[in-house]
Ligand binder design. Structure first.
Ligand code: FAD
Length: 406
């Protein structure tokens, strides 16, 4: 009698979505091979909000303890007024009707996943797929390390500018919906004299803003976001030069300091802010997961938690459906799509809070923040919270990705 061969998956991309998928596949008896274009594991990265949708899947994956909430209870929420003075801001997590969330560094989440995955799966750095040939029940892939291998499934978790999507579904332009916004993020190489450990600062102007998060035991992170009519052309510029053009007129110590720090930064993420919209996330034995499939944008706040939840659910459903991979992929998409659609829509609303499109919108936002930051306004928001919590609790059992419990 011949032993049953474990199913093999090629997971392209060792980001949050790819490693979560590979980890779950390894737990349910598949044999994943992860290929990552970067020569080594990424360790830096920006801060993200990690939402409740990711808590329970992270627990099932065994990585929840490594996902550390770096929010500091002593930290202040600050904004900067037009004269360059720091004024009270609002804590969105405490004020807005949201599920509980963590403030995490992307690097922390990736490390937790990598540490769990490394003993269970082969990870090849500096390798990417060259060509894919789709068969009825397999995919043959030529890799850049000169090897050709056959897989039962290829998972494209290679981010917003996915090569797998390009090769199998078609050019990015068909699926990318631009916000006409640009983001730049970098680590700051020294403490900021005007902020304390744990502080959060938002500088919000019409069509441009900056967010700074100061951690207790990690370099501060700065994130610049601004509107631009031609973001694809803008991101070809040198980040420091482009940002000086946009933010160079800011007075006061804060923004000029940040621009100097950006000039010194070892690496800067500089990209346009876009969503990906596909009518189907799989084609034959190729499936897309995470930003490559649905890029929600930073405005939604759900990209990393849904990357984990989506990858974990995919592995679980593949195990449940056994040899019927098509049924697993269909069920997966059916369960996940309403959640993704909801967060893609909410990003359009949230973007106006971080990047007011006009002066009246900025003034309205400022009035809301001032109210929320005051004692009476804060109480009003808090009074509204229990109702929204109850509503969410009622819907939690129906959560199609089963992710609310902590
Ligand atoms: C500035 C910024 C702020 C954000 N803030 C938040 C937030 O507050 N909350 C939140 O939930 N989400 C946030 N997000 C989104 C979140 O970071 C992502 O949704 C999440 O990290 C999941 O990404 P991913 O793994 O799908 O893709 P990625 O992180 O892009 O990973 C893709 C991986 O694939 C690799 N790769 C690419 N091409 C190839 C190839 N051809 N072959 C092999 N490997 C390849 C890349 O090197 C990379 O390692 C933010 C994103 C940005 C840019």
């Amino acid at each position: 009698m011949t032993a049953l061969r474990p199913k093999r998956a090629l997971v392209v991309g060792a980001g949050i979505s790819g490693m979560a998928t590979a980890l779950r596949l390894s737990q349910v008896g598949w044999e994943p091979l992860v290929v990552e274009r970067s020569p080594t594991r990424r360790t830096g990265g920006y801060f993200t909000v990690f939402m409740a949708d990711g808590f329970e899947p992270s627990r099932r994956l065994g990585v929840i303890d490594g996902i550390r909430d770096r929010a500091d209870p002593q930290g202040r929420f600050l904004e900067m007024d037009r004269r360059g003075r720091l004024v009270p801001g609002m804590n969105p997590a405490a004020m807005m009707p949201m599920d509980p969330s963590y403030t995490v560094l992307r690097g922390d989440v990736e490390k937790a996943l990598y540490d769990a995955l490394r003993p269970r799966a082969e990870i090849r750095f500096g390798v990417e797929p060259l060509a894919l040939r789709l068969g009825r029940d397999h995919v043959e892939v030529d890799l850049t390390d000169g090897v050709t291998e056959r897989f039962d499934l290829v998972v494209g978790a290679d981010g917003m500018h996915s090569t797998i999507r390009e090769q199998v579904f078609g050019p990015e332009d068909l699926y990318r919906r631009d916000f006409n916004h640009v983001v730049a993020a970098c680590l700051l190489d020294r403490p900021l004299p005007w902020l304390r450990a744990g502080d959060n600062l938002l500088v919000v102007d019409t069509r441009r803003s900056v967010a700074v998060q100061v951690f207790r035991d990690h370099d501060p992170v700065a994130m610049f976001m601004y509107c631009h009519p031609w973001p694809a052309a803008e991101i070809r510029k040198r980040p420091a030069a482009a940002l000086r053009e946009v933010y160079g007129d800011f007075a006061g110590p804060v923004v000029p300091d940040l621009l100097d720090a950006l000039e010194r930064a070892e690496s800067t993420l500089f990209d346009q802010i876009s969503q990906i919209h596909l009518s189907s996330w799989s084609r034959g034995r190729v499936v897309l997961v995470g930003d490559s499939a649905w890029s929600l944008t930073l405005y939604s706040g759900f990209g990393s938690s849904l990357g984990i939840a989506g990858g974990e659910l995919l592995g679980t459903l593949l195990a449940e459906h056994g040899d019927d991979v098509a049924a697993a992929l269909g069920t997966w998409e059916h369960r996940l799509r309403p959640v993704v659609t909801k967060h893609q829509k909410s990003a359009h609303f949230a973007k106006n809070f971080l990047l007011p499109p006009s002066s009246p919108a900025r003034l309205l936002r400022r009035a809301v923040v001032r109210t929320a930051a005051s004692r009476a306004g804060g109480k009003l928001f808090q009074a509204l919270l229990p109702a929204s919590r109850a509503t969410r609790a009622a819907g939690a059992s129906k959560n199609p990705i089963g992710g609310t419990a902590r």
